[in-house]
Write a new protein. Structure first.
Length: 500
């Protein structure tokens, strides 16, 4: 069989890519575009940015895996849990009997059964939430570190970062993609793989932190701003160069897919304001001017300097830090009177009803759910930014967009779509009916955030040929393509192969 290599260019801005391609600054990607077929992909990232990763890797629909954020609500426990508390579908490389190499799959976890091949996580950089260091079989990270050195720890701490920390982050992300190419070239030279799935996430983190300088401290000097404002495009160029080095190591006739499950643009999220906006709506405005338990974790983040929280977090073992985050989310909520609550989020806003019979301590009966959701939606739509423009573009019911699946019960009930205007310098939102809600601190501190779509795949056939799907291409088709080329039984995979 022919070898398939998936190069995941994780979460870049299509607008920036197109401009850089036009300027001749991404020569490897430009060459692939000349040879390949470009597909826009239907993606669950239109509503759940983080949920796109499990869909991409497993080829499973969002409603069937129900995983959409690193910290999610557990109805049975009446609290937030880290994602590993919930079963996850196996990524496609774990289902294959042929040899596979997977490197740094985002938000992944060690396999329950060793796959036929090698999986490495936390190689380009580590992040205790989304890129923990492990490998299957064990020991691969340590072997690679002896040759190429250890990875940097890249920990995003919500809140405004110092210029020093951002300069360090720039340095680490500039090195990350080269580390992927180093390891991939070595492993491809030593062993044959039928599938190589390499995730390049430096551009993802860079998009969040280097989209613009709106979150940079006001005392940063001109030279520092110049360097940091150029970091995003520099990091995109390192991804492109790493692609070139990997392509040189592939056998003749290898098929290649370059893909991204979600895009990036300026941060428009007001998710940190949502808990208090919701509290104001549910109370008729009574809580808008007083301190409540709503949004506890955002208040805590605002009260403590980002640097101090980063020091505390780095001193804690990973499992302790994750467990602490679980406990802080929604802390202090009185479930006996809570009709609905905002779930953890940093992009779109997520709201869940405290539904009797579903939540352990639910109080809202099913007959009241429709009216309550209408009340919440109409109330949130009354909020505006300081300039009088709407803060909320739409409030949508998840059940209207996503078909019921095996784990649809894990999903929120409502998604709050924010206005398209930048929100990084926003100080407050207000409603004539419900009063003013002030932003606590700097929010997430991210200058860039995921777009509602912009998933794409560039299919470059080697020994295979491009295959037309029976409907517009979708994100689930990437895993289906890998499975089809490896002879995997397509049962349970709703996608269609893009190659044959």
């Amino acid at each position: 069989m022919t070898m398939l290599t998936v190069l995941q260019f994780d979460s870049p801005s299509l607008a920036v890519l197109d401009r850089m391609l036009g300027e001749g600054r991404l020569p490897v990607l430009a060459g692939l575009r000349e040879r390949g077929t470009w597909h826009e992909l239907d993606t669950p990232a239109t509503h759940f940015a983080a949920g796109a990763f499990h869909t991409l890797y497993s080829g499973t629909e969002l409603g069937d895996h129900g995983l959409f954020y690193p910290f999610q609500w557990s109805a049975a426990d009446q609290r937030v849990r880290y994602t590993t508390a919930f079963p996850a579908p196996a990524p496609v490389w774990e289902r294959l009997s042929t040899r596979s190499l997977a490197m740094d799959p985002y938000e992944s976890r060690p396999p329950l059964q060793p796959p036929s091949g090698t999986v490495i996580s936390g190689w380009q950089f580590t992040d205790r939430v989304v890129l923990q260091p492990w490998s299957s079989p064990p020991g691969y990270n340590a072997r690679l570190e002896r040759l190429f050195g250890p990875p940097a720890a890249v920990e995003e701490v919500f809140g405004r970062s110092s210029a020093r920390d951002l300069l360090t982050l720039r340095r680490d992300l500039l090195a990350a993609s080269g580390r992927a190419a180093d390891a991939a070239r070595l492993m491809l030279a030593r062993e044959h793989y039928d599938l190589a799935w390499l995730t390049f996430s430096a551009g993802h983190v860079a998009g969040h932190q280097f989209w613009d300088d709106s979150q940079l401290a006001d005392d940063a000097d001109v030279a520092t701003r110049h360097v940091l404002n150029g970091a995003l495009e520099e990091i995109y160029q390192t991804v492109d160069a790493a692609f070139g080095r990997v392509l040189e190591a592939l056998p003749e006739g290898a098929d290649v897919i370059v893909t991204s499950p979600v895009g990036m643009d300026v941060n428009t999220s007001r998710a940190d304001l949502l808990p208090e906006m919701l509290a104001a709506v549910l109370s008729g405005g009574a809580t808008a001017s007083q301190d409540t338990g709503s949004g506890f974790v955002w208040k805590l983040r605002a009260a403590l300097p980002t640097g101090l929280r980063a020091q505390v977090a780095s001193a804690l073992p990973d499992r302790v830090a994750l467990a602490l985050t679980e406990r802080l989310e929604l802390r202090g909520q009185d479930w006996s009177s809570t009709r609905a609550f905002a779930q953890p989020a940093d992009n779109q806003g997520y709201i869940r009803l405290n539904l009797a019979g579903r939540e352990r301590d639910g109080i809202v009966v099913a007959a009241e759910a429709e009216v309550l959701m209408d009340e919440i939606a109409s109330g949130l739509m009354t909020f505006t930014d300081p300039d009088g423009t709407p803060s909320v573009k739409a409030v949508e019911r998840v059940a209207d967009t996503f078909p019921a699946g095996v784990h649809s019960d894990r999903l929120p009930d409502l998604i709050v779509r924010w206005a398209d205007t930048p929100a990084t310098r926003l100080t407050h939102v207000r409603s004539d009916r419900f009063g003013q809600v002030a932003r606590r601190g700097a929010g997430s501190g991210r200058s860039g955030n995921h777009t509602a779509g912009d998933a794409w795949a560039l299919v470059v056939p080697g020994a295979s040929a491009v295959r037309e799907t029976s409907r517009p291409p979708r994100l689930v088709d990437i895993a289906a393509t890998a499975g089809a080329l490896a002879g995997l039984d397509p049962a349970g995979l709703p996608g269609e192969s893009l190659l044959h």
